[in-house]
Every structure is written in structure tokens, then in C-alpha cells.
Design a protein around this ligand. Structure first.
Ligand code: ADP
Ligand code: MG
Length: 688
């Protein structure tokens, strides 16, 4: 069989059933998928002699195996494979593999092998340098050098049971097909930006001769992906511009009344955002705007101002939130902001936790037009919910909803499309927001309402844990409440839940036996109930996993203690911190670290001096990569494209190119491949 680009990987004779499972897990189904799966990094294994090896360096050595044994360690019951390699100068290198018993079956005494790995100093029991878990290859007589172990070894993103060498081996089998790939980027565009043709980029991406080639390959791939995305956004904007919305005309007296009744002076940033929204809504093209402002920045008031204007225009609004407790909080806020000022503006709540009769009553009010604003959860998008005249749809924490859910909400409008406002508390630097949410207009609230006491933030070394607990006790004694966040465990929600339960038991029995503790994690059924009870003061301390992230307001909470803080991103820690400091009292955020290294401490120290979520997010992107920021991965963006997000210059070049292409050829007839790629991307990534 001669494979083609569309051949399923499972049809390749080299791909075993186990491989297939693992490749599928990585989203690699066809030969084409595999070709596009470029390594994210390289290990550089320079060929070396044992006598020249330095501890700490990466190297590749060839020699003969003089001894190899597989055994079990007595204490921890690990499988240990130990070997000695003798090179051509008769110098010995010790090799150790942990839990890889198959190695002893693959190589025997007397075999000539190449090994590559990091060199370690001699252990206590020998005077030889060693390599742990080195990559290895048995050399066959007649071969000049290793076939699979090159100087540059690719590092692929993997899944359990798969090695980078295995991926490289499979790639090698199909790499020649890269020449059959058609290039979606026209020659002229490639020339303008000095980009490699697709086939070459794929080849060099997998098998570069040097670092520079690899970078060029990646640059090309990032450019293509981001260009597709930008084109997709422009197409999308154009489509939206062709849709009709009910115009919501601007009335000065509505905003005047709103300002008087809302109960506080709007911040500059809030006013700017409200103005953006009003301008959009006062047009026939549906608004499609993202409101980005960190926790506590007052996004709700902006949404309420929009609702007031919609109401004045005689259309209804809906606000959808991801949890019942948030929906209830919204209900309360919208009522305070609006109902006294605009007596005929009725706000109702619709959640599945309500009694059937109540739901029926609210549905009738919505369908008859009596209710001007319907606040709720997913319950809003159910089929039996009808609105008489929907003009504005608002989604809070927009990333928590799927495209389809948002779409269903927008389709509740009888005619045309409602104006759409999405809100998110994840601070996203502007350049990145443009690249990721380019089909939406962006408003940023970069200012907190005045009068907030900044949360006192300190990094706590493991040895000082007791002092942190002491502070919790003191605050509880003063009538306040505390959050304790358990470390992030990425393995699975079940593992994380188990760990959180264990920590909860330990805290309850050993540390705070006299206090009232509650626990909430991803596997808890009644999260809302527990959060609600905590808010009502029924517990002193809420032990939680990261599920607590979503904006629950507990004004009496004064301490946020975060275990294993070094495992979280700065932006996320900042979000946690935003859960306290909402009342008038001074609040504390305690960052306990597992890894008290200089690097992790100095990263966390930033939180004590910087209080701006956007700056922290940028810092996060720089230190940990864009994927850590919520969204990018869900967005289906490759790591390569995500790195492009750090290059504002590149991004604006790409945006210009996208505009140029569409201007010259509005339907992209001449670049059908690019158009189709863009459309596919849009289907996968559209948030609106
Ligand atoms: P978020 O952006 O997290 O949704 P909210 O809209 O819930 O923030 O606002 C947080 C709190 O700040 C609320 O209690 C709100 O009433 C209050 N608030 C909002 N804007 C202002 C303002 N301009 N001045 C004073 N308080 C404000
Ligand atoms: Mg909010």
C-alpha cells in the first residue's frame, strides 16, 4: 500500500494498535495530521567520548555493552536496569533505566549501542559517570552510525506510552509525503514575508540540521495558522455585518438616569466601555463585543447600562451566567442597579433549581414581554423558553460556554440577531485578544472602583506554614472567613478531588479542630449549595480546588490561602486573590509554595507588588507560555501559533496581510485553499 496524506495512520504497517490509541489521543488520525505535528523543542546530543563528558551536559556516546542486569530495588520495589557501556578508549559509562525492564530485552552484553541523555556525576556507589533513562539504539554491524539517534532529537508533545523517538520513527516513514502538500499561502505572500514553502517547513520542522532551520520552519507554520485565523475573523465580521439587528438608539436621558440610580460613581473605564456598547447598539449591524475586565472591575454595571438602553428601545435582554449562584448574584445586582430607577423594568431569574411553577411564571413573563431582563443559567437556552422581543444577549464568563450554547442564546431573537456582549474576567493582553477573538470588538476595563484596600499578599515558605494557619485563626476569631485552595493536580478531576478530600480531613482534624470547615471540589454535586452556605456564614473556612475560580462574591472572606501556589499561573493566582478584599476590612493572600526555589519565589513575589491583572497575565505569558492563559488551548491553537502571540509585530503584519488579501479578492477565489482552511478554523474556534 502506498500511503497518501489522507491515509489513516492506523493503516500504516508500523502503527500498532497501542500506537493508534495513543496517536488518536493526541488528535492524530491521518498522515497529514502527523506531518503537521511538529516537535515543540529539541535536545542536542553532540557525539562525545566518555572521557570528555561533563556532568550536567547532554551528549551521545557509542560503545559496547559490557554488562547489563535487570533487578528490583528492595525498598521501593522499582524495576531497575543497570548496564555499563565501554567506549573505544576503554572508558566506562554507567547506564540506569528505571521501570523500563524491556530495555534488558532489547540490548545484550556485547552489543554495540548508541546512548543519548543527560550526564550525571558519579553516584555514591561508583566512580563512573552515569546516564539515567538514556535514549538507546542498538547499532547493527555495517551501520556507520545510529539511524534513529541524531544529534538533534526532537521533543514531541506526548501521551502516556509514547516516546518522542517513536513519533520521530513514524514521521520518518511518511515524511516524503510532505512534498504532496499544497501550499495554502500564495507564492507572492510567501515572498513578501520570507516564508518557507509548506513541504520544506514540514521537513525542516521535523528534521532540521540546526536550530535556525527549525525556527524558520516554525515561523512559517505560525504565520500560516495565524493568517488563517485572521482571515476567518474578517470573513466572520463581514457575515455579521450582513445580518440585521434591531437598532437600539442612544438616549441621553437613559444613561443620565442610570448614573443617578446605580449607587456609585462609574469609573472612567466603565464609562468608556458603556460608550463603546452604546455606539455599537445604535446601529443595524449586531454588536459583537468582548468586555474584558478583571474580577471586581464592575462589568455588571456596564451590562446593566446596556440593558437600560435596550429597555428604553422596547426590546428585551438576557444575561446568562455559568452557575446558579452567579445567576442569583446577577439577579440581585441588576435589580439594585435598575429596578428603582426604571420602575417598569422587570428583572426575573430562570434556573433549573427553581420550582416548576416559578419557572412557568417566569417563562410566561418572558414570552409576553412583561419581563425586560431575564437572568439565568443554561436553563435560558432550553427550547421552551421564548422571548417576545430579544434585543440584547449578555454572556458572563463567556469561555465557560460552548459555541453552540452561545449560538442558541442568540437565536432566541424572533427576527434578526440580538446585540451580543460577552464578558470575561481573564485578563488577556490586547494583542493576544486581537489574535484570539479577532471577530469581536474589544472593550477593556483596566481600572478598579476606588476605595478597595489592596489585598496584602505574601509568599510563605513551607517552614512557615504554621504562621499562615495562625493568621487564618486570628481572622476567623475576628469574625471573618477564609478560603484554602488545594494544589493543582492535572492528572484528573478524580485524583484532584481525592487529594482535596484528604487535605480537608487533615485540616479539620489536626489544624483547625475547633472551626467549621466546608469542602468543595469538581466532583461535589451541590457546589452551588456549599458556596451559598459559605457565603451565608455557615462555615469559617472553605477548602476548595480551583473550581472556586468563578466569580463568587463573599464579602466577609478576608483570607485566601493557596497551597502549592507555584503550580498556578500568576493570572490565575490573581483571580483567586480577587475573591477576597471585597468587604471594607483588610485582607490577606498567602501563597504557600512546594518548591521554594529562587525562580519560583521571585515569580510569586511579583504578586505582592503588582496588582494589575493584565500585567500579571503578560508576565505569565512570558514565563509560562500563552497556553497557560485560559482559552488558547481550548481555542484549538497550536503551541507554535501561541508563541506567535508574543510577537505583536508579527501579529500586525499578519493582520495587514489578511486585510490585503480580502481587499484584492473579497471571496478569496484565487486562494481557495487558504479560504477553506480559514473556514475550517472558524468552525472550530468561533466564540461568537
Ligand atoms: P465583576 O467585573 O467582577 O463582575 P462586579 O460588577 O460584580 O465586578 O462589581 C464588583 C463590585 O464592585 C460590586 O459590588 C459592584 O457593585 C461594585 N462596583 C462596581 N462599579 C463600581 C464603581 N464604579 N464604584 C464603586 N463600586 C463599584
Ligand atoms: Mg461578574
Amino acid at each position: 500500500m502506498t500511503p497518501t496524506l489522507d491515509t489513516p495512520l492506523s493503516d500504516l504497517p508500523e502503527v500498532k494498535a497501542a500506537d493508534e490509541r495513543r496517536l488518536t489521543h493526541l488528535g492524530l488520525i491521518t498522515v497529514r495530521d502527523l506531518l503537521f505535528y511538529l516537535p515543540f523543542d529539541w535536545e542536542n546530543y553532540q557525539p562525545s567520548k566518555v572521557n570528555d563528558l561533563q556532568p550536567g551536559e547532554q551528549a551521545r556516546v557509542e560503545g559496547t555493552i559490557s554488562k547489563i542486569v535487570a533487578k528490583r530495588t528492595p525498598r521501593r520495589n522499582m524495576q531497575l536496569t543497570e548496564a555499563v557501556l565501554i567506549d573505544d578508549d576503554d572508558a566506562g559509562l554507567k547506564l540506569v533505566w528505571f521501570n523500563m525492564p524491556f530495555v534488558a530485552k532489547q540490548i545484550n552484553r556485547g552489543d554495540r549501542v548508541a546512548v543519548a541523555g543527560k550526564v550525571q556525576g558519579p553516584s555514591r556507589f561508583s566512580n563512573q559517570l552515569e546516564m539515567r533513562n538514556p535514549r538507546h539504539e542498538r547499532l547493527r554491524s555495517g551501520d556507520e552510525g545510529p539511524r534513529g539517534l541524531h544529534d538533534l532529537m526532537p521533543k514531541y508533545h506526548l501521551t502516556k506510552g509514547l516516546t518522542s523517538m517513536r513519533v520521530a520513527f513514524l514521521v520518518a516513514k511518511v515524511i516524503d509525503l510532505a512534498d504532496q502538500l499544497e501550499d495554502p499561502i500564495p507564492d507572492e505572500v510567501r515572498a513578501r514575508h520570507d516564508l518557507l514553502p509548506i513541504g520544506e517547513a514540514i521537513r525542516l520542522g521535523h528534521r532540521p540540521e540546526n536550530e535556525q532551520e527549525w525556527r524558520r520552519a516554525r515561523q512559517r507554520m505560525a504565520f500560516a495558522e495565524l493568517l488563517e485565523l485572521q482571515i476567518a475573523f474578517l470573513l466572520r465580521r463581514r457575515e455579521m455585518a450582513a445580518e440585521e439587528a434591531t437598532r437600539i438608539p442612544y438616549h441621553q436621558e437613559v444613561i443620565e438616569r442610570f448614573k443617578e440610580g446605580v449607587g456609585f460613581e462609574l469609573t472612567q473605564a466603565q464609562r468608556r466601555a458603556i460608550w463603546d456598547v452604546y455606539k455599537d447598539m445604535d446601529g443595524e449591524v449586531p454588536m459583537n463585543r468582548l468586555l474584558n475586565g478583571e474580577v471586581g472591575s464592575g462589568k455588571t454595571a456596564v451590562a446593566a447600562a446596556a440593558v437600560a438602553m435596550a429597555h428604553a428601545a422596547g426590546v428585551q435582554s438576557v444575561v446568562m451566567a455559568p452557575t446558579e449562584i452567579l445567576a442569583r448574584q446577577h439577579l440581585a445586582k441588576f435589580r439594585t442597579y435598575l429596578e428603582d430607577t426604571f420602575p417598569d423594568l422587570r428583572v426575573e431569574l430562570l434556573i433549573s433549581g427553581q420550582a416548576a411553577a416559578e419557572r412557568r411564571r417566569v417563562r410566561t413573563a418572558a414570552a409576553s414581554g412583561h419581563c425586560a431582563l431575564l437572568v439565568g443559567t443554561h436553563a435560558l437556552i432550553e427550547d421552551e423558553v421564548e422571548l417576545s422581543d430579544l434585543g440584547l444577549a449578555v454572556v458572563d464568563e463567556q469561555h465557560r460556554f460552548g459555541t453552540e450554547q452561545r449560538e442558541r442564546l442568540r437565536n432566541k431573537a424572533g427576527r434578526g440577531r440580538p446585540h451580543f456582549l460577552a464578558m470575561t474576567a481573564t485578563p488577556i493582553p490586547r494583542s493576544m485578544a486581537l489574535a484570539m477573538y479577532g471577530e469581536m470588538a474589544l472593550s477593556v476595563i483596566d481600572e478598579l472602583p476606588p476605595g478597595r484596600t489592596p489585598v496584602e499578599t505574601s509568599v510563605v515558605a513551607p517552614s512557615r506554614r504554621e504562621e499562615a494557619y495562625e493568621l487564618v485563626r486570628r481572622e476567623v476569631a475576628a469574625g471573618r472567613q477564609a478560603f484554602i485552595i488545594c494544589p493543582l493536580i492535572e492528572e484528573s478531576e478524580t485524583v484532584e478531588a481525592r487529594a482535596a478530600t484528604a487535605e480537608f480531613e487533615r485540616l479539620r482534624q489536626e489544624v483547625f479542630p475547633d472551626l467549621r470547615l466546608a469542602l468543595v471540589h469538581g466532583k461535589v454535586r451541590d457546589k452551588d449549595g456549599i458556596m451559598g452556605a459559605f457565603r451565608n456564614g455557615e462555615a469559617d473556612i472553605l477548602v476548595a480546588t480551583a473550581v472556586i475560580e468563578v466569580g463568587v462574591d463573599v464579602p466577609n472572606a478576608a483570607v485566601m490561602l493557596i497551597e502549592g501556589a507555584d503550580r498556578f499561573g500568576l493570572a490565575q493566582l490573581h483571580q483567586f486573590r480577587g475573591r477576597v478584599g471585597r468587604g471594607s476590612h483588610a485582607s490577606h493572600c498567602l501563597l504557600l509554595v512546594d518548591d521554594p526555589s529562587e525562580k519560583s519565589l521571585s515569580r510569586l513575589q511579583l504578586l505582592s507588588s503588582v496588582n494589575d491583572g493584565f500585567r500579571l497575565a503578560e508576565e505569565d505569558m512570558r514565563l509560562r507560555g500563552a497556553g497557560e492563559l485560559l482559552g488558547a488551548r481550548q481555542h484549538g491553537m497550536s503551541d507554535i501559533a501561541m508563541q506567535g502571540l508574543f510577537q505583536p509585530q508579527l501579529l500586525s503584519e499578519i493582520q495587514e496581510e489578511a486585510e490585503r488579501l480580502l481587499e484584492g479578492d473579497p471571496d478569496l477565489e484565487g486562494t481557495a485553499l487558504l479560504r477553506d482552511a480559514a473556514r475550517r478554523r472558524l468552525e472550530r474556534t468561533a466564540i461568537s
